[in-house]
Design a protein around this ligand. Sequence first.
Ligand SMILES: Cc1cc2nc3c(=O)[nH]c(=O)nc-3n(C[C@H](O)[C@H](O)[C@H](O)COP(=O)(O)OP(=O)(O)OC[C@H]3O[C@@H](n4cnc5c(N)ncnc54)[C@H](O)[C@@H]3O)c2cc1C
Ligand code: SF4
Length: 551
Amino acid sequence: MTTDDPQFDFDFIVIGSGFGGSVSALRLVEKGYRVAVIEMGRRWAPLSFPRNGWSIHRWFWRPRFGLRGFFNMRFFRHATIFHGCAVGGGSITYAATLLAAPDKIWEAGSWTGLANWKVEMPQHYETASRMLGVTQNRILGPADLLLKKTGETAGSGQSFYCTHVGIFQPREGESPNQTVPDPFFGGAGPPRTTCTACGGCMMGCRYGAKNTLDLNYLYLAEERGAAVFPETKVVDVKPLAGTNDGSAGYEVSTINSTAWLRSKPRKLTSRGVVFSASSLGTMELLFRLKEIGSLPAISTRLGKHVRTNSESIIGARVPGCADDLSQGIAIGSGIYVDEYTHIEAVRYPNGADLLGLLTTFLTDGRPGPQRIGLWIKNGIRSLLRHPFKTLRLISPWGWAREATILLCMQALEGHLEMRWERLWFWPFSRTLVSRGDKVQTYIPQANEFARKFAQLAGGTAMSMLPEILFDIPGTAHCIGGCAIADSPDRGVVDHHHRVFGYRNMYICDGSVLAANLGVNPSLTITALAERAMSFIPTAPQTDWNDVASAA
Ligand SMILES: Cc1cc2nc3c(=O)[nH]c(=O)nc-3n(C[C@H](O)[C@H](O)[C@H](O)COP(=O)(O)OP(=O)(O)OC[C@H]3O[C@@H](n4cnc5c(N)ncnc54)[C@H](O)[C@@H]3O)c2cc1C
Ligand code: SF4
C-alpha cells in the first residue's frame, strides 16, 4: 500500500543515491512511501564506462569542464578526497571491498552507549552483506600472491586474507564472463555476468560483474516505484508553510548538474527528507543551507570530527614484469603489518596508466622541505646511475600492468574539522575548507613493507607524488562531519539518524560515522542505514512527527 497525498510530490525525497541513499530508497518504498531519489551524477551502463585511463571525460567528474564521469577529486589543505558521483554513488567507482568494522569502533566517539551496538549491528551487517552479495574473493592475481609472500618474509604472513567483496565471481571450474539470470534476489534482480579478473573495478565494471547499487538496492527500489532523477543537484531544502521545524513538509530545489547554460531549476515537495549525499556532499549542502537561512537549526557540530582513516598510498613498479600485475580484482587481498596497520593490494586495469603520473620513487622521512630534498637527491642519483631504468620507471606507459598500489590504513584516533569559510584568493563566496592537525602521510611501517614487496617482485618501491611534495595524503574514505550523538551539543543526528532541530529529516551516509573504522566503510554505512530505516514506521502507521531525541 502506498500513501497518496496530493499535497506533496513525494512522501520522501532522498538526496544522493550512494550506499545510504539506495538503502533508504528501497526500505522506504517497501514501507509504502512514495520516494524520489535525486542524484547529481549520471546513470551508467557497463559498456559506457571508459575503456582506459586516458578517457578522462568519462572518468572524472568536473561538469563545468565537460568531464562527466563518475569519479571526483576534491583538494583540501589536509587531504585530497576521492569520491564517487553517479547513480549508485560511490559503488560505481569503488573497489567493492566490503569488510565489517571491528567491535571496538562502538566504544569510541560520540555514539558510545547510545544503543547496544554490538548486539544490534550483526543483524544489519548480515542484511547488508546479503543485499550487496558479499563473498570471499577467490581470484588471486599476481599482486595478491606477492603481498602474501612479502607478509611471510616480514613475519606477518599469518594475517594475510582474501578480501570480502561484492563481486559476482565464477564458481570453481566455471569460465568467466558468463551471463546468467539474477543469481541474488530470486529472479527479482537483473541478469548478471561473472567476473573476468580484469582489475577494472575502480574505472567502472564493463562486464556488470561488480555488485553496484544500481544492480541491487537501487534497482529493486526503482522496480517497486522509486523515481530516480539523475544529473539533478539539490541546491536548497527548506521547511514548508512558514514552519521552522519541517513539521509541514519540505520544499526541495534542484538544478540540472550537467547543463552548461540552462540549469532548469525545479522545486519538489515532500513530507520527509533523507540526506545521503556522502560525508563531503551532505556537509557541504548543510553548511550552505545553514548559511542561507533555509535550515538554521542544524547543529553547530556540523563539520566536526571528519576522519580519513589515516591512509598512505605507496606501492611498487616492476618495469618489464613477466606477470600482468593488473590481473585480479581491484583489491584482492590484505594483510595486517601490526595491530593498527592494515595494507591492501590494489590495482587498476591494463591501460589505466594515467595515474602513473602521480607516482614516484619511495621517499622516507618526515614531511617537509627535507623530504622533498631527499626525493630530488634520490631522483638525480638514480638518473645518473641508471638513466634508462629511471626514465622507464617514471614513464606512465605500461604503469597499470607493471605496478601494484599498496593502500595502508591505520585505525588510529585522529580527525579534522571542515568549516564553511571564504578563501583569501576567492572572497566572493564561502566554501568547504579543512582545519586541524596534519594527517600523517608518512607511515614508516608501510614504507618498509613496500620496500620488501618491491625487492621480492624485482622492482622499485613507489610513493605518491602529492604526499611528498605537498604533504597531503589522498583518501577514498572520508567519513564523519554529521556524527551520531546524544544531543546537538555533541553531534548532528541522534542514533536513529534523525537530524536535531527538524522533523522527519534524516541523514544516512558516511557523514554519521562517529569513529575511525580502520577498514573500508561502505558495508558499515549500508548496515547503519538498514538499522536507521528499520525504525521508520510503515506508511499507514506514520503520524509524520518523527523527531530526534536528545538523551
Ligand atoms: C576509487 C574509490 C574506491 C573505493 N573503494 C572502496 C571499497 O573498496 N570499499 C569501501 O567500503 N569503500 C570504498 N570507497 C569509498 C566508498 O565509495 C564510500 O565510502 C561510499 O560510497 C560512501 O557512501 P555514502 O552513502 O556516504 O555516499 P556515496 O556513495 O558517496 O553517494 C553520495 C551520492 O550523493 C550524490 N550527491 C552529492 N551531493 C548531491 C547533491 N547536492 N544533490 C544530489 N546528489 C548529490 C553524489 O553524486 C553521490 O552519488 C572507495 C571510494 C573511491 C573513490
Ligand atoms: S575485475 Fe573486472 S570484471 Fe571483475 S568486477 Fe572488477 S571490473 Fe568487473
